[in-house]
Design a protein around this ligand. Structure first.
Ligand code: KG4
Ligand code: ZN
Length: 345
């Protein structure tokens, strides 16, 4: 069984093809980075137009890379939300058109579910598992019990963690998108002392996150440093301190979630899994590996190309749904908001 998946919910246009042998047959991504760079962030109208410009070509490229034609595809999946609605509509319409023309089943995929199920594509993780979903728009701890079965244990009360990385990087003059640039800056060495930054919510009960206090604290240190804040040593020291604080917060919240799950002996989780763009961060991965080990659990993070937005993850979520007969009508609407867990907003 082979499924083609389309992803257009943010600033990557992506088309992937996967099969039920867990093989990624194609994973084509066109990033719009250059188009948004002048604005320092994603501009929805620019994004929608850019998706439209390249999506057909990406479908062609994905099929060529896989050495297939549409006749070899068993289903079409497209991200139908949540995300920037103009962009989501481009992928959804393209997917529906392909499904209609080829008379193939169509799967309307939730972007968060695509991230959530990726570790099953890459590492065949068995249900249930604890998922830390960390992206530019989302920060959540979810218990994943099955396809479509998610229980939210906690989420952010202010910024998403990817946003926190991006804003910190911007304050340090590192540019956009900030997460990867801040990680690179933090890899350099420095002996410059730097004040300890706060870790909001650390040690508190529950699994919610907060990042705004950390962001404000960095702003204050930068303002106090004045012109010295532009020195490479300062930027390195700040990036290291900021990234360490974020990794500590994520680890502490995951620890609480694992403790809560551990109290319910009836259905222990099989692993701690991280997904979403921030899962590309090595410092975050290292802290979470320790956290999982403290609970006798394995830690699973998809390869970086499958952590950030991509088409293979959408194709895989579509394939999992298709196997269960969970297909969707072609009039399924694109949705700007689409919570994953019941009762969540
Ligand atoms: O999942 P994703 O590709 O798109 C969304 O659905 O949001 O996540 C993008 C986010 C951005 O905030 C980006 O800065 C962050 O993930 N990110 C990173 C790294 N790579 C991407 N943050 C920290 N370290 C990284 N290496
Ligand atoms: Zn994403």
């Amino acid at each position: 069984m082979r499924v083609l998946g389309l992803e257009t919910s943010c600033d990557e246009t992506a088309v992937g093809i996967v099969d039920d042998g867990h093989t990624v047959l194609a994973n084509e991504v066109a990033t719009q980075l250059a188009a948004h760079q002048p604005y320092g962030g994603v501009v929805p109208e620019v994004a929608a137009r850019a998706h439209l410009d390249v999506i057909d070509e990406l479908v062609r490229r994905a099929l060529a890379t896989a050495g297939l034609t549409l006749a070899d595809i068993d289903g079409i999946a497209a991200t139908c939300g949540p995300g920037l609605i103009g962009g989501v509509m481009v992928g959804a319409m393209t997917g529906k058109a392909l499904a209609a023309v080829r008379k193939l089943p169509f799967m309307a995929v939730n972007h968060l579910e695509a991230h959530a199920l990726t570790p099953r594509l890459t590492d065949r993780v068995a249900f249930p598992y604890l998922l830390l979903l960390v992206s530019g728009g989302h920060t959540q701890l979810l218990r994943v019990d099955g396809v479509g079965q998610y229980r939210k244990l906690g989420g952010t009360i202010d910024d998403a963690v990817g946003e926190c990385f991006d804003k910190g990087a911007k304050m340090l003059g590192l540019g956009y998108p900030g997460g990867p640039l801040l990680e690179q800056a933090a890899l350099r060495e420095t002996t410059l002392p730097f004040p300890e930054l706060p870790r909001p919510m650390l040690g508190r009960a529950g699994c919610d996150f907060s990042f705004s206090g950390l962001k404000t604290a960095l702003r204050q240190v930068i303002d106090k440093a004045g012109r010295a804040a532009a020195s490479p040593d300062f930027v390195t020291a700040a990036a290291r301190a900021y990234q360490a604080a974020i990794a500590d917060i994520l680890s502490d919240r995951a620890r609480n979630a694992l403790a809560i799950i551990g109290e319910d002996n009836s259905s222990p989780v099989t692993a701690l899994v991280v997904a979403g763009g921030v899962a590309a961060n090595q410092a975050v991965r290292a802290r979470l590996t320790e956290t999982a080990a403290d609970f006798g659990l394995g830690f699973v993070a998809p390869p970086i190309a499958l952590c950030t937005d991509n088409g293979a993850m959408v194709a895989w979520a579509g394939l999992e749904r298709l196997r269960l007969g969970l297909t969707d009508p072609l009039d399924t609407a694109a949705r700007p908001r689409w919570p994953l867990a019941a009762g969540d907003t």
